[in-house]
Every structure is written in structure tokens, then in C-alpha cells.
Ligand binder design. Structure first.
Ligand code: NAG
Ligand code: NAG
Ligand code: NAG
Ligand code: NAG
Length: 344
């Protein structure tokens, strides 16, 4: 054990040398200060995400604070997030967004974030996220007939989205809508064959009536008039055909823009359809221009194994104060923190 600790210290020393001998007690993951940092981080992540949905905090997995001076800390956070039902273009504030339940086939986000807290103000220096859907097997185990996420370019999904948008556009007296991206798609096979889709849309400069004459001339509104929206649709294939669609426009939101994924072409139904993935990845949707490279080397402390971290923490505690014989050292600060929604 001693050898392991020594080895860990040896490996970590070059990184750790900034750690002063008399550092404050480490923060626990559920401390209000940790929660404030996590809130700033989640807000940053959602603010810099361009596709898919807003994510909410499920759990603070880890936190490390490296004091830099008076009222100046560098904070490393490791967060577990969950997908909400609010599209990233939705004006609904995160606290009003519903986190998707486990049986809705949850999508989890994992983020490493490096923040600076200077005079009480947080700023994100670097972040690295990725997201993935829970395994279909796990969902099926708890809910055998639940619809499961399928690829966003699945042919039945494309068919459902096209039919739903056409149906909406054929019935509305309002603006003619174009697809921006498919956000989510699920298919259920038993006891009925049903396709569930969700997609982001935008108003064009045509009314639905004008579009009938010449749909090619209908353009998305310019940024200073943009009007984004969101549709959900349910297409029953068996036992009998049925299609229901519900679209909502958010109204113009100054400053909110949408940029199609880099690889998407501007023609027709392509954005969001080019991927063979079941969910928009936070990794590709998120970048931090102020941090040159959000590589894993930005997050050295969080990459250490939990055992190693605890060992280092205990050694640090031990060095600080000589303890009377028989003194039981306090437990390491509680990390990971509490689960807000469900275990992933
Ligand atoms: C968010 O929820 C709060 C409390 O339920 C409510 O008062 C507020 O109007 C909601 N805001 C929006 C934009 O829905
Ligand atoms: C929409 O904008 C395009 C391009 O600017 C234009 O050619 C077209 O006439 C406009 N359509 C309507 C109905 O205003
Ligand atoms: C939007 O911008 C264009 C070009 O800059 C301008 O001509 C137009 O008046 C603006 N529209 C609104 C609603 O601000
Ligand atoms: C979906 O995308 C994947 C990856 O780009 C591709 O291999 C697959 O053929 C696509 N499927 C359909 C139905 O277009």
C-alpha cells in the first residue's frame, strides 16, 4: 500500500506541486459551493450546445479545488447530466425543463469542466463532454414493451418526420415550417408498431398557402426575425395507420441562432439525418472558443482513480495535523454526491 501511495505521489507530484501544504479542507460533492460551481458549469454547457436537448445535473461525481490566491480558485468538476425534454432552442429555463425518465430511454451526459472562481464569479476555462443513451437491454429489463431509441436516420423515422411535417404544413394557416434537426426517435413494436419522433423546426418567409405555389422560394427567416419551434409526432403503423403531430413555435428570440451540423447539406431533410446515432452528442455539439484545446490533459486530477485520490487526500490530511493515538481520521469528503433523479 505504501509503495502504491508513493508511486501515486510520484506520478502526481509534477501536477500537484501547486497544492499548498495548508490547503483548506477539500469540498464535498454536495457542498453548496460545489453545487454553485456545477450550476455555472451546466449553464455554460447548455449555453454552448447547438443541437439536441438541454441537460440537467443528476450528480456531481467529483470536485477538486486548487487555490491560486486570494478569492481565486481553479475548480475541476466531473458531472453526470441527464437529457431534458427541452430542445436547446427552447426558451424554457432549465429549471422548468423535465428530465427524461429512465423508461423514456434516458440519455446521459458526462462532463469534465475546469472553472475559475474569481471573487465569487465563475468562468469556464475548459470543458469536455460526451453523451450516450442508456443501453436498450437495461430499459427492456424494466419495461419490456417500452419504445426504444433508434438511429436518427432510421428509414421509418425519416418517413414519420416527413409525413408529420407535411401534415402540419397542410393544415396550418400559419408559417410554412422547415425541418432543422431530428432530436429523438423511438420505435415500439408491441403491442402496436409505433414510431415516436421529435424534431426542431423553423418558420420560413412563406405562409403554408404560399408554399403550395412554390415551396423552393420559401427561405428560413433571417437571424433578426428567426422563429424556431419544436414538433412531436406519433405515427402508428400497426394495427392501423394513424399520424398525430403537434408543433409549437417559440417566437423570435433575439440572439438565438441555429447552425446546422457542419457535415449537413442545406438541402431538404438532411440536417440531423446524416448521423447514424441515436442522440446528438454533447461532444460534437459543444466547443469552448476561449479554451484552446479541451484535451484530457486539462483534467489531470479527475482522471486519477478514486482510490488514488482518496489515498492522496488522506496523506495530505495526515501531514497537516499530528493526531493523537487512536484518533479516527474523518471520512474523506463525500464524493460522488447525491443522485438527483436516478442512477445511471
Ligand atoms: C417556471 O416555473 C415556475 C415555477 O413553477 C413558474 O412560476 C414560471 O412561470 C415558469 N417559467 C416558465 C418560463 O415556464
Ligand atoms: C422568401 O424569400 C425568398 C428569398 O429572399 C424570396 O425569393 C421569396 O419571394 C420570399 N417569399 C415570400 C412569400 O415572401
Ligand atoms: C433584419 O435585418 C435586415 C438586414 O440587415 C434589415 O433590412 C431588416 O430591417 C431587419 N429586420 C428586423 C425585423 O429587424
Ligand atoms: C445511417 O447512418 C449511418 C452512418 O452514417 C449509415 O451507415 C447508415 O447506412 C444510415 N442508414 C440509413 C437508413 O440511411
Amino acid at each position: 500500500m505504501k509503495a502504491i501511495v508513493a508511486l501515486i505521489l510520484l506520478v502526481q507530484l509534477p501536477i500537484h506541486k501547486a497544492l499548498p501544504a495548508a490547503s483548506p479542507p477539500p469540498l464535498g460533492c454536495d457542498d453548496p459551493e460545489s453545487e454553485a460551481a456545477a450550476e455555472a458549469a451546466v449553464s455554460y454547457i447548455n449555453g454552448h450546445s447547438h443541437h439536441g436537448y438541454k441537460f440537467a445535473l443528476n450528480r456531481i461525481e467529483n470536485i477538486r479545488v486548487i487555490p491560486q490566491g486570494l478569492n481565486n480558485d481553479i475548480i475541476f468538476l466531473e458531472l453526470d447530466l441527464l437529457e431534458t425534454t427541452c430542445h436547446i432552442l427552447s426558451p424554457t429555463p432549465l429549471e422548468n425543463c423535465t428530465v427524461r425518465s429512465f423508461t423514456e430511454h434516458a440519455v446521459e451526459g458526462d462532463c469534465d469542466i475546469k472553472l475559475q472562481k474569481l471573487n465569487g464569479q465563475f468562468s469556464v476555462l475548459a470543458s469536455k463532454c460526451h453523451s450516450h443513451a442508456d443501453s436498450s437491454e437495461d430499459v427492456t429489463k424494466f419495461c419490456p414493451d417500452c419504445p426504444l431509441l433508434v438511429s436518427l436516420n432510421n428509414t421509418e423515422v425519416l418517413k414519420a418526420v416527413t409525413a408529420a411535417l407535411n401534415k402540419h404544413n397542410s393544415k396550418t394557416a400559419d408559417a410554412y415550417l422547415k425541418l432543422l434537426e431530428i432530436g429523438r426517435a423511438k420505435i415500439q413494436y408491441h403491442p402496436a408498431h409505433i414510431v415516436f419522433v421529435e424534431f426542431a423546426v423553423a418558420a420560413t418567409n412563406c405562409s403554408a398557402e404560399e408554399a403550395k405555389a412554390n415551396v423552393e422560394a420559401c427561405q428560413l427567416l433571417p437571424d433578426n426575425q428567426s422563429n424556431f419551434g419544436f414538433c412531436t409526432a406519433t405515427m402508428v403503423i400497426l394495427p392501423s395507420d394513424n399520424l398525430e403531430v403537434n408543433c409549437q413555435l417559440y417566437g423570435h428570440q433575439p440572439g438565438v441562432t441555429y447552425s446546422p451540423p457542419a457535415q449537413a447539406t442545406s438541402a431538404g431533410l438532411s440536417p440531423g439525418l446524416v448521423t447514424g446515432f441515436t442522440n446528438h452528442n454533447l461532444r460534437v455539439s459543444h466547443n469552448n472558443p476561449s479554451a484552446s484545446e479541451s484535451s484530457s490533459s486539462e483534467f489531470p486530477l479527475l482522471l486519477a482513480k478514486p482510490v488514488a485520490k482518496r489515498a492522496v487526500a488522506e496523506v495530505a490530511q495526515h501531514d497537516k495535523v499530528p493526531r493523537p493515538v487512536g484518533f479516527v481520521p474523518p471520512p474523506p469528503p463525500p464524493c460522488p454526491g447525491k443522485i438527483r433523479y436516478f442512477k445511471t
